[in-house]
Structures are given as structure tokens and as C-alpha cells.
Design a protein around this ligand. Structure first.
Ligand code: ADP
Ligand code: MG
Length: 716
């Protein structure tokens, strides 16, 4: 039996190894198709950040084409990430007429490196509004090309950055790549100060992303215009059971869902996306999928691909995958935990404390750099995750709050205290955990517990930014995160380079480092909060500490264009003032447009579905009351019910009109419009919803035109 299991495991492993990454142009595939010098040169770019040698482009293009054709591909596309937040692709056929009555497959280095989609309809925040509206896509060799199969064969997708004719970024990838470059530059300076830079060619940020989502049967979605159009329910009475019993979290995965997960994971594997974890989440119908971490740029691309495949595969299994941050009011929302760290190309995680955190000065330097960055720029981090959808999570009484703070845990907080006071003692250790049964193993205990309420937590050897929304492209929050941390690394490196001024003494170096870290801890420790982030006390305490609480997108986005922000991003070459302003405008516009679309959808559902159903029920009730009275039957309670329904239906009509009027608001200035959306339109929608949700609990089920929360959350 045991032997049998071993065989199966080996077979499974071989199978997995065979198909893992088989649809990406990496590793073995590359080796097979490229001459060795071309292969080596490309590896230098991919793994060690060397500039791409344009001389190899033709050979790489040839190899990619041969491989893609051998896999049945008919088309290729430059795959890019416009500011819409999703991905874009325009397919070109490999085959061209050969002018002799036949066709030849053509794909040159030029076609690989540069594309020119006429993509003028994407939002650019004004960058492309001039007469010169050309946009180019440029190959990102550091992210593997991949094949998306279809019934006819497949499409070779080449990850690219999208820039304007002037070189300005029109997408989310270009700024992310720039921000990774500056982390590399300043982290290397820190390594050189500690003498650990030898053998390291570059420093990379690493990202591991946990994606939460809901699965709803597609039949229900088809009868819910709000889910179809907006991805979230705009109305709906709460179900009798939510997650009070916590019986869904980590529970047994339903079979139909498991089949979907298996199928999804298989395709993700083929695309080289290293899926590691899957489980039920807190809410009924909610799940999570998490790949192992990768280099940030690749992880960000893979994340977009993962969302796309979740959606497609869900359809194949008769589900709709809802990625929205808050599909159901009153039910746990969905986020995307952004696990972030920095590592050398030789594989050393620079946020790994080792056995003695209190004496690991290099680790403490990186840790303090992150703390200083978050304390200086909590508002920028809040803005980096701002969207109409995410406001329903962050602004509500839910994890995590809109106030950005950091969790360090007991052991590290103790270390911070030591740094601040200048004394040194042994770090608190976790010790072992005795389960109390002789047959059970003794477990090593972590030195700090978890805090699930913190928006930005240190979790052993990485930071987990938990406030990122489930629909978000992680490129943007990481661009901001990298930039503010690079600024702190630069500050620390410059201070130390100055105070050490060429001194070789290790003792002096350590003294100077401790002195600087002490200053940083004293100044910035106010951002650290290890308690319950949901509590009212924390809101009060945070205000005392002067931490911003930017509840809504309309409050948060304007931070992007303050003179200080514009200068920060321009100084580090991540985004010019024009590029950053454009992004702020695009985000504000998306906020307004999204809510307006929701408002129109809501008005439509209320006017032609909810109201007619309620009026029909009102008529039924009045007929009952009339006939009862004619027969002198006691019906005071039915009459009261009739009264309630009629009153609610009437209030509903008034509320619909208010939403309609609020939605029509037009303003030249997007910031002004965003404020109107926040202050007038959203509250009007919420108000209308309350009448509808009350009616849903009164109107006969056979008359109610929409699937209920119970249907959607519990039937699968
Ligand atoms: P949870 O928050 O659910 O407890 P885990 O502790 O299992 O999650 O960690 C989840 C994520 O952290 C995974 O996606 C994993 O790949 C990622 N991760 C682990 N180490 C690193 C690292 N050095 N850099 C970035 N992400 C990492
Ligand atoms: Mg997590």
C-alpha cells in the first residue's frame, strides 16, 4: 500500500514537472530553441537586470515563432496593461501573403520588440490628447512570453509596456519596472555599506499574492443585472445565515468547486504560475487561491493572468467568478494580500531576521527603511489602493481599515524598543509548543503571533499589505510601495555614507548604524500598532498619533498630486509630474464613472423589477383586505402589512428619483465630481437600497424578481 502511494506520487510529480510552464517561453523551451550565446545573453537580462542586447532580437523572435507555431499558434499579440486596470491585446496573424500565391510565417525582432497598437481609446489622463497620439508597446524580456490556447490553436502573448510617442508611460507596467530599478539601486548601496554586496548583481522585490473571490452559479447571475454589469449586488436583504458560525472558513471544499479549482490550477501550471494554496474563505461561497512568490514584475503579470483564467474557467464550470471587493453587503469582502519582500539575485531574502534579529543590523536597516517609508507616506499607500469598490471594504467596519498602520509582532516590537533605548538583550524566542499528548510532535512556535486586522503586517520574513483590493492590478500599489521604500533606503544610505566617509572600521559602522536606526525608530514608531485595528479605540488613538484616515477614494486620490508627491515620484524617475497627474485623473474619473454606472443599474432594477413586484403584491394584499372586510373577517394585521408595503413602495419611488437626479450631475472638474459622488450619489443609492431590502422581506417570494442572497451564497 505504502509502495503504491510512493509510485503514484512519483508519477504525479513527473506529470506536474512535464506540464509546469510548458506554455511559457522559459527554461527548457528557451534552451531548445535558442543558440547558447543568445540564451546566455537573454538570461543576463532576465535574471541580472542587464540591458537587453538588441542584436539578439531577431534570433529570439525566430525561436519564439518556431516554438509558437509548433504549439499550434496562429497569432501573436503584445499583451499590455492600460490604465483601465485590466489587460489588453490586439492579435496579429503570423502568416502573411508571400506574393506568389502562398503565405509565409513572419515574425521579426522588430515585431517582437516594438508594437504600435492604435490604442487611442484607452484612458491616458490627457497624455495622448494632443495631435500626436501614437502609442507603442515595448517587449519586457524579464516576463516570460506565454501561449493562451483556444479551439483553433492559440495566441503567443508577449508581455509589453505601453508608452506614448514621447516615452511617457500609459500603463501600469512601465512605472513598476522603473520602481524596481530604484529599489535595486539603493538596496545595493546598503549592501555595500555592510560589505555583503559581493557576488550580488542586483536586488529584486518579491511578491506573493493571495487572491480572494466568490463563486456564484451563473444562472443566478444571469437574473441579476447588478452582478452582470457591476460585479456586485446593489440591493439584497441579508441572508439568515452569514459567517457567524465560521463554518465555511477552511471547510470542506464542495466537489463542483474543487473540479473548477483543479481545472484552473492545471492551466495556471501550464502557464508557469506556481499555485500553492487553495481553501474556503470566511464568507459562504468565498474562496482563495495563492501562488508561491515570484519576482515582482513577473508576479504582477501572473496575477493578471490568474484573474483572467479564474473568470474563464468559472464559466466553463457553470459559475461566475466574482472578484469584486464587496459583492454582498454585510458579508465578508474580498482582498488581495500583497506579500512583499526584497531579495538578492543570489536568493537571499533581505527581510529575513535570522536567529538573532536584534544583532542583525542589515536586516534591521531594511526593516526600519520600510517603517520610515510607511510612516512618512501612509496617505500615498491609501491612495495606491483607492477605488470605488475597495471603499466598501476599507471604509466599512471590516478588515482592514482605511487607516494605514503597521504590525510588527511581539519579538520585533521588543527589538524596536531595544534600538530606541540603546540597550541590548536577547530577542524573545518563540520556544516550543507542547500539544499535551505524548504521541504528538513538539512544534516550534513563531516568535510573534499573527494579527489579521492590520493593513500592513510583518509576517516573519516579508511584509503583507492586506488592504489591496481583490480586483486591483498589483502593479500600481507596488509602484508606490517601492518608490517610498527606495526613498528611505536612499536616505539611510546617504546618511551612512556621509557619516562613515570612507572609514573601514566595522565597529564605527555598527555604532553609526545603531545611532541612525535609533533616530528613525524614535521618529517613526508611531506608525506601529499591534492591537485590534477594527476597534473604535484605535480610531481615536490613530487620530491622536496624527495618522490619516482617508475613508473614501475621493479623499485619498488628491494626495497623488500634492507638490510633495509629484516631487518624490519625479526625483526618483518613476513618474513625471505629468504622468502622475494623469494617473490621478484617470483614477478619479474611473471612480465617478463606476458609481454612475452602478446608479443607473440600480435605478433600472428598482424601477422595472422591484417596484412593479412590490405594487403587484400591494394589489394582492389590498384585494385580500377588501374581501376579508366584505366577509367581516378580522384582518387588521394584513391591513397593517398592506400599509407597510404601500408606504415602502412610495418611499422607494421618491428615493429612485433622488438617485436619478444625483446621477445626472456633471462637472468640468473631476475632483469636484468625485466629491459629489461621495457626498450625494452614494448616500442616495444606499438610501434607495434600504427600502428595497425591506420590501424583499415582505413581498411574496414568487413575485420577487431577483435571486436572493441565500440563493446566491448557498446554492452550488
Ligand atoms: P497567510 O497570510 O494566508 O497566512 P502565508 O503565510 O501562507 O499566508 O503566506 C502567503 C504568501 O506569502 C504566499 O503567496 C507566499 O508565496 C508569500 N511569500 C512567502 N515568502 C515571501 C517572500 N519572501 N516574498 C514575497 N512573498 C512571500
Ligand atoms: Mg495573507
Amino acid at each position: 500500500m505504502g509502495h503504491q502511494t510512493m509510485c503514484d506520487a512519483t508519477e504525479m510529480q513527473n506529470d506536474y514537472a512535464d506540464y509546469f510552464g510548458c506554455r511559457t517561453f522559459t527554461g527548457d523551451v528557451m534552451l531548445q530553441h535558442l543558440a547558447s550565446d543568445v540564451f546566455e545573453s537573454l538570461q543576463e537580462t532576465i535574471h541580472r537586470g542587464k540591458p537587453l542586447d538588441p542584436a539578439i532580437a531577431n534570433s529570439v523572435a525566430d525561436a519564439m515563432k518556431d516554438w509558437a507555431l509548433s504549439q499550434g499558434c496562429t497569432h501573436y499579440t503584445h499583451w499590455f496593461q492600460p490604465l483601465t486596470g485590466t489587460t489588453a491585446e490586439k492579435h496579429d496573424a503570423f502568416l502573411e501573403p508571400d506574393h506568389a500565391g502562398g503565405a509565409i510565417a513572419k515574425f521579426s525582432g522588430d515585431m517582437l520588440i516594438r508594437g504600435e497598437p492604435d490604442a487611442s481609446s484607452f484612458p491616458s489622463g490627457g497624455i495622448r490628447d494632443t495631435w500626436e497620439a501614437r502609442g507603442y508597446t515595448a517587449w519586457d524580456a524579464t516576463s516570460p512570453a506565454f501561449i493562451l490556447p483556444n479551439d483553433e490553436g492559440g495566441t503567443l502573448c508577449i508581455p509589453t509596456a505601453f508608452v506614448s510617442w514621447t516615452g511617457e508611460a500609459l500603463d501600469k507596467k512601465a512605472p513598476l519596472l522603473r520602481s524596481i530599478d530604484i529599489i535595486n539601486k539603493h538596496a545595493m548601496r546598503i549592501l555595500n555599506i555592510f560589505g555583503t554586496g559581493k557576488g550580488v548583481t542586483c536586488v529584486n522585490t518579491t511578491l506573493g499574492l493571495e487572491q480572494e473571490y466568490f463563486l456564484v452559479d451563473e444562472e443566478f447571475v444571469a437574473s441579476r443585472p447588478d452582478l452582470l454589469i457591476c460585479g456586485r449586488t446593489l440591493i439584497g436583504a441579508p441572508p439568515p445565515k452569514g459567517h457567524q458560525l465560521d463554518d465555511h472558513y477552511f471547510g470542506k471544499i464542495p466537489e463542483r468547486v474543487l473540479a473548477f479549482m483543479d481545472d484552473t490550477e492545471r492551466q495556471l501550471c501550464e502557464l508557469g504560475i506556481p499555485i500553492k494554496t487553495r481553501h474556503n474563505e470566511v464568507a459562504p461561497g468565498q474562496y482563495e487561491i495563492a501562488p508561491t512568490f515570484e519576482k515582482a514584475n513577473v508576479a504582477a503579470d501572473h496575477q493578471l493572468l490568474l484573474m483572467q483564467i479564474l473568470r474563464v474557467k468559472a464559466r466553463e464550470h457553470g459559475f461566475v467568478c466574482l472578484m469584486h471587493e464587496k459583492p454582498f453587503a454585510g458579508v465578508n469582502g474580498s482582498g488581495k494580500h500583497n506579500n512583499w519582500s526584497i531579495a538578492t539575485d543570489s536568493g537571499k531574502n533581505l527581510l529575513s531576521p535570522g536567529d538573532e534579529a536584534q544583532n542583525n543590523l542589515q536586516f534591521l536597516t531594511f526593516l526600519c527603511a520600510v517603517m520610515r517609508a510607511v510612516d512618512l507616506h501612509p496617505d500615498l499607500l491609501r491612495a495606491s489602493i483607492a477605488s470605488a469598490a475597495n471603499d466598501h471594504r476599507l471604509g466599512a467596519n471590516e478588515a482592514p481599515p482605511a487607516i494605514i498602520s503597521m504590525y510588527f509582532g511581539e519579538m520585533l516590537s521588543d527589538v524596536l524598543e531595544q534600538i530606541e533605548s540603546g540597550e541590548s538583550r536577547d530577542a524573545r524566542k518563540g520556544g516550543t509548543l507542547d500539544i499535551g499528548s505524548s504521541t504528538m510532535p513538539k512544534l516550534d512556535r513563531h516568535s510573534g503571533d499573527r494579527n489579521r486586522t492590520s493593513p500592513f503586517a510583518f509576517t516573519g520574513n516579508k511584509f503583507e499589505f492586506r488592504a489591496v483590493g481583490s480586483t486591483a492590478s498589483v502593479a500600481w500599489p507596488n509602484t508606490i510601495l517601492n518608490t517610498i521604500i527606495a526613498e528611505s533606503l536612499d536616505y539611510i544610505a546617504t546618511s551612512l555614507e556621509t557619516s562613515l566617509a570612507g572609514s573601514e572600521s566595522l565597529e564605527q559602522r555598527d555604532t553609526q548604524v545603531r545611532k541612525l536606526l535609533q533616530e528613525i525608530v524614535k521618529k517613526h514608531r508611531k506608525i506601529v500598532f499591534d492591537g485590534d485595528n477594527y476597534s473604535q479605540e484605535w480610531h481615536e488613538e490613530a487620530e491622536k498619533r496624527g495618522l490619516p484616515n482617508l475613508r473614501t477614494t475621493a479623499d485619498a486620490l488628491p494626495i497623488l498630486t500634492t507638490p510633495a508627491s509629484l516631487e518624490l515620484f519625479e526625483n526618483y524617475g518613476v513618474l513625471s509630474a505629468r504622468e502622475l497627474t494623469a494617473r490621478c485623473d484617470v483614477c478619479l474619473e474611473q471612480y465617478c464613472t463606476q458609481v454612475q454606472i452602478e446608479a443607473r443599474t440600480l435605478v433600472q432594477m428598482l424601477s422595472i423589477q422591484v417596484l412593479p413586484a412590490s405594487l403587484r403584491y400591494q394589489l394582492e394584499l389590498s384585494q385580500v383586505v377588501t374581501s376579508a372586510r366584505e366577509s367581516s373577517i378580522e384582518c387588521s394585521r394584513t391591513a397593517a402589512r398592506l400599509h407597510d408595503v404601500a408606504e415602502l413602495a412610495n418611499s422607494l419611488q421618491e428615493a429612485i428619483e433622488t438617485v436619478q437626479n444625483a446621477e445626472k450631475f456633471e462637472a468640468e472638474d473631476t475632483a469636484l465630481h468625485a466629491n459629489q459622488v461621495r457626498d450625494i450619489l452614494l448616500p442616495a443609492m444606499l438610501n434607495a437600497r434600504t427600502f428595497s431590502d425591506k420590501l424583499e422581506t415582505l413581498v411574496a417570494e414568487d413575485l420577487w424578481p431577483l435571486p436572493s442572497y441565500t440563493d446566491m451564497l448557498f446554492i452550488r
